[in-house]
Design a protein around this ligand. Structure first.
Ligand SMILES: Nc1nc2c(ncn2[C@@H]2O[C@H](COP(=O)(O)OP(=O)(O)O)[C@@H](O)[C@H]2O)c(=O)[nH]1
Ligand SMILES: [Mg+2]
Length: 391
């Protein structure tokens, strides 16, 4: 397991189920005029029009609950790691069904690899959202190996596929772990379109940090909707941490400016900034994100240390367009991929790693605290290809 928390603090994740945090009202008011003025350059990459906003169910906010209300689950370390792998494997069931089990069915009873089998395999890989280019590369390699007689039967082809997929996922040229600064607060700016799971992920990450004994300050820079601020406050209460917020429609950069002062004055270890994700006013959003980033950098040199993009796995290839758009604007340093439990399109992980080469820090495989996992490429591939009968 990679686990930057474990590396940094030597602590294990706790398994504490929490009540589901439902999605608040997604309706948004007109954008408020920012009160801070700064020179803003505007660069919108060509992929912009491809990007769609994620829709999430509109449900009422639950009442805040405190950490003490939450039941704790006692699990021994050995049992925990195998049960955690099992849970990951189970949560990936939809993707496994659309990818590995379909490949198994296709290969069943076949002794030879012929053109028809390769065509069917191509269709399966594309359907599981591995992406056209990635699939092409996988099949090109398979054909090359076939020519060199390195592949004799469908089972060796399946093994070769698994290893090639593993190599795509591990090929990021940047370190997988977050590196905290020697001094001063560790600033994480979280970005992504509406409904992808930014606020939920922030709640889960906060829990990891507080578990590791770190003090955390949350910043409600999604001032666009009162509900967004309220939702972050609920996570603040659940984790027993302070949330810096202002009134609805306040300038997000001003909220962040104040928060940096508080973080420095009170020596917080970690500051996590939640941001807005509306896309129908995307130009303003991108301006706003740049400005927030600049304000953070002016207060604390080298910050934000992490600009984390949250992507919803259920959006499939659209996640790639979103990543390119945000990367062009605020230089993404790490990714979290949410909702892998709810999709057959988990193959997107492979394509994201291959196309973007930005490390995936976490994956979300459910709505509970324990369902945010440190992303371990090997564990992911092994869980994906785990045999059906041993589940
Ligand atoms: N099944 C599942 N749901 C998730 C996951 N992460 C977030 N969600 C849900 O996605 C919805 C939107 O999350 P939210 O944090 O409000 O998104 P935001 O608009 O980006 O801040 C909520 O209902 C979350 O509970 C996940 O990993 N799996
Ligand atoms: Mg939110």
């Amino acid at each position: 397991m990679l686990g930057w928390f474990k590396k940094k603090f030597g602590k294990k994740e706790e398994q504490i189920p929490v009540p589901d945090l439902e999605q608040p009202d997604q309706t948004e008011p007109e954008q408020a005029e920012p009160t801070l003025t700064a020179d803003i350059s505007l660069e919108i990459p060509p992929t912009l029009e491809d990007v769609q906003e994620t829709s999430a169910p509109i449900e009422p906010l639950p009442q805040p609950s405190s950490l003490s209300d939450l039941p704790k689950e006692e699990v021994s370390p050995g049992k925990k790691s195998s049960s955690m792998f099992q849970r990951l494997s189970e949560r990936l069931t939809k993707t496994k069904e659309s990818l590995v089990y379909r490949i198994d069915t296709l290969f069943l009873g076949k002794k030879e690899i012929d053109q028809e089998l390769l065509d069917d395999l191509e269709e399966i890989l594309i359907t599981a959202d591995l992406g056209v280019n990635t699939v092409q590369e996988l099949l090109d390699e398979a054909r090359r190996k076939l020519k060199r007689k390195e592949l004799s039967d469908p089972q060796t082809l399946k093994k070769a596929l698994k290893e090639k997929i593993r190599s795509f996922i591990t090929e990021s040229d940047r370190p997988a772990e977050l590196v905290m600064p020697d001094k001063g607060p560790f600033i994480i700016m979280v970005v992504g379109v509406n409904g992808v799971g930014k606020t939920t992920t922030i709640g889960k990450i906060t829990h990891k940090f507080t578990n590791a004994g770190q003090s955390v300050l949350l910043v409600a820079a999604d001032t666009f909707r009162a509900a967004a601020v309220a939702q972050l406050k609920i996570w603040g209460e659940r984790n027993n941490v302070q949330v810096v917020s202002q009134h609805e429609g306040a300038d997000p950069s001003a909220v962040v400016y104040d928060a940096m002062d508080i973080a420095l004055a009170k020596n917080y270890d970690v500051v996590i900034v939640d941001t807005a994700g509306r896309l129908h006013t995307q130009v303003n959003l991108m301006e706003e994100l740049k400005k927030i980033k600049r304000v953070i950098g002016k207060k604390i040199a080298d910050a934000p240390h992490e600009v984390m993009l949250i992507l919803d796995a259920t959006t499939g290839q659209n996640a790639i367009s979103q990543a390119k758009l945000f990367n062009a604007t605020v230089d993404i340093t790490g990714l979290t991929l949410t909702k892998l439990d709810g999709t057959a399109k988990g193959g997107i992980v492979v394509n994201i790693c291959r196309e973007l080469k930005i490390p995936i820090r976490f994956i979300g495989i459910g709505e509970q605290l324990e369902d945010l996992r440190d992303f371990d490429p090997n564990e992911f591939v092994d869980a994906l290809f785990q045999e059906k009968e041993s589940r």
